[in-house]
Design a binder for this molecule. Structure first.
Ligand code: ATP
Ligand code: MG
Length: 432
């Protein structure tokens, strides 16, 4: 993509009310636009990264048998009333709305804006699950949630409208559920590792609410986090502060463990639901003995934008964003310094060749910008690798390759540059 065609611009300053580092950088780099507190638009660069994260999640959910759907954001109160969660004192993040006066609606005129999907998902699955032969089922979506969050000071990590990957499992019994729950936990660790957060992300014991003693969170150690966990980085075990009590440490055999207190971001969470929603909404199946029994459930969430914000927080340096290759909007930033014909020809040719070779290249072909401006924009954007084409290098027959994260520099002969960059075994581009 040619940067001269971009509508989004880099900016020196983020909005004054923006306190989170992730949002300040994402706004300055032109990845997102702030609509209002807790509400962001994704611009082309930001959307590319968000979609890369979504695709990593999608691949891992498909690999464990997930089937993708898309449920509506407008929600009928009926199933929520059946579970008791329509009540604002029970569910305190609701955004609710009303139909126009006079519209016929069997529950009155109120509607909910989705903040999660257990109830409509269960009601929908009642049309598809009747017998033990219909189970197990694993259904997921990338779907917009609305939450009336009290705090919205963490940039894209806590917003009032966001896409969530939510998966729901429908199993015959607890044993079958548990086996899948562990598969999801393993898939989550793969997701966070593929997103570059593996070293700092821990499966963490957390409170399970009313129907299960524990749930599991996936917490990424990060100064910008809103949660506190106790973690043994060597043994890779962690406990959420909410459940950090001596008797629990004894029960999970952790009392000898040396746990350190750390701030962390909850990037994902998996939750045993038991038969709470299936009982409330009548989702039962006929077992092999012919009895009707409630379906055993779990729910599993990840917020791709929260993951994106966490990556921004963990990798950014004083010059700007830094993306791991797996989630970067482009693999390579081709930066042309100078307007001389030789420079243009060389940069254009490299751009064409690299694109033909399947590389995702952002080409800074913008004329009339100083070298310093282009290079600091490139630092701000955080694309993992940069290739600089300039007069001086061309005179010596080389282009300059720079790795954004480490700053390491290599001179590549112009003639060989494209093939070196396109060859995954040449040791120039990092591997995903
Ligand atoms: P938190 O305790 O941080 O509010 P939660 O317990 O409400 O999170 P869930 O309802 O389980 O989270 O949502 C599943 C996932 O969705 C979370 O692990 C997180 O990645 C993401 N998520 C939750 N709330 C938000 C939000 N307001 N903005 C962005 N992502 C969110
Ligand atoms: Mg919440």
């Amino acid at each position: 993509m040619r940067q001269s065609l971009f509508f989004s611009k880099t900016r020196r300053e983020a909005p004054r009310d923006e306190v989170a580092k992730n949002a300040q950088l994402l706004i300055r780099a032109g990845y997102v636009h702030k609509e209002m507190a807790g509400v962001y638009d994704f611009l082309p660069l930001g959307l590319r990264t968000l979609k890369k994260i979504e695709n990593i999640i999608r691949e891992e959910m498909n690999a464990i048998g997930g089937q993708e759907v898309l449920l509506s954001s407008l929600q009928d109160p009926a199933p929520w009333q059946a579970s008791g969660r329509w009540d604002d004192t029970v569910m305190d993040v609701w955004f609710k709305t009303r139909l126009h006066h006079g519209e016929a609606f069997h529950q009155g005129s109120e509607l909910g804006l989705a903040n999660t999907h257990e109830e409509p998902m269960v009601r929908m699955m009642k049309h598809h699950i009747a017998s033990h032969k219909d189970l197990p089922q694993y259904v997921y979506q990338f779907q917009t949630k609305f939450r009336n969050e009290v705090r919205a000071k963490s940039g894209v990590m806590r917003t009032r409208e966001f896409v969530m990957k939510d998966l729901y499992s429908f199993s015959r019994d607890e044993r079958e559920f548990r086996a899948f729950y562990e598969q999801v936990a393993a898939a989550y660790l793969k997701v966070f590792a593929r997103c570059g957060l593996g070293a700092w992300t821990f499966r963490t014991f957390a409170s399970g609410g009313s129907f299960s003693k524990f749930s599991d969170e996936f917490q990424t150690v990060c100064e910008a986090g809103e949660d506190v966990i106790y973690v043994d980085e060597e043994k890779r075990i962690a406990v959420n502060e909410e459940v950090y009590r001596d008797e629990i440490l004894r029960e999970i055999g952790l009392e000898k463990a040396r746990l350190q207190k750390k701030k962390a971001v909850e990037v994902g969470n998996i939750f045993p639901l038991g038969t709470k929603y299936s009982t409330a909404l009548g989702l039962t199946y006929k077992n092999e003995e012919g009895e009707n029994v409630p379906v055993y459930m779990g729910s599993y969430g990840i917020g791709p934008a929260r993951v994106m914000g966490t990556i921004a927080e963990r990798y950014a340096d004083e010059k700007g964003l830094v993306w791991p290759l797996s989630v970067a909007p482009f693999a390579l930033h081709l930066v042309r310094l100078g307007e001389e014909e030789g420079v243009r020809e060389c940069a254009d040719a490299l751009y064409t060749r690299l694109q033909k070779g399947g590389m995702e290249v952002l080409y800074d072909d913008r004329p009339h910008l100083h070298a310093g401006e282009k290079l600091s924009d490139s630092d701000l954007l955080g694309i993992p690798c940069r290739l600089v084409v300039g007069n001086r290098g061309i005179a010596d027959g080389v282009v300059e390759w720079v790795e954004r994260q480490t700053g390491s520099v290599r001179q590549l002969p112009i003639e060989e540059a494209a093939s070196l960059l396109l060859d995954p075994d040449a040791g120039v581009m990092p591997k995903i």
